[in-house]
Every structure is written in structure tokens, then in C-alpha cells.
Design a protein around this ligand. Structure first.
Ligand code: FES
Length: 101
């Protein structure tokens, strides 16, 4: 199912990430040097919201215990997380981001 986050492409500037609600989940839209990625905004280690963490290149760092995830593949790159985060396909339409959730 597609969800349109109006203004997200403009609001999420390079090197930042922001969470948007969609059908009971939170989707984290990340801007890596002008390319956008979307993941579920929940750390697979213990449920922390990743939007409170730092985006370092293509990696988001969990604010609670420091696990890192690749925002393109969802892969858990460092402990204590071992399970990947869910990723979503998206496209940019003007200022909007359209995500398949
Ligand atoms: S909740 Fe994210 S590393 Fe523990």
C-alpha cells in the first residue's frame, strides 16, 4: 500500500532522517547525499526509535545502545542488534516521498 508523505523530500535534508506515521507504524525517511531511503523506525534490539539517532553516511546509529543499521539494506551492522530493520521501497514525486508500506 502506498503512503504519500507530503513535503518529506524537502523537509528531510541531506544527512538527516525524520519519522512519519503510516498505518500504525513509523517510517523513517533518510536522506543520504540526496538519495532517499525508508526503514521502519524501530531498533530491532530493544525497540528504540531510530529517528533520535545519528545518520552517518548510509548508517543510522541507535540512540539507546549504539547498534548501527544500513538504511539501504536494513542490515544490522553492529551489536547489540543482529536482526535487520524492515526497509520500504519509495519514490520521490516533487517535494513528496511516496513509500510502499
Ligand atoms: S535499542 Fe537499539 S541498540 Fe538497543
Amino acid at each position: 500500500m502506498e503512503r504519500r508523505f507530503e513535503g518529506a523530500a524537502k523537509a528531510v535534508t541531506p544527512g538527516t532522517a525524520r519519522s512519519f506515521p503510516a498505518d500504525g507504524i513509523e517510517v523513517l525517511v533518510c536522506n543520504v547525499d540526496g538519495k532517499y531511503y525508508a526503514i521502519e523506525d524501530v531498533c530491532t534490539h530493544d525497540g528504540a526509535p531510530l529517528d533520535q539517532g545519528r545518520l552517518e553516511g548510509k548508517c543510522i546509529v541507535c540512540p539507546r545502545h549504539g547498534a548501527t543499521f544500513d538504511v539501504e539494506t536494513g542490515e544490522a551492522l553492529t551489536l547489540p542488534a543482529v536482526i535487520p530493520v524492515m526497509t520500504f521501497d519509495l519514490r520521490v514525486e516533487g517535494d513528496d516521498v511516496v513509500v510502499n508500506v
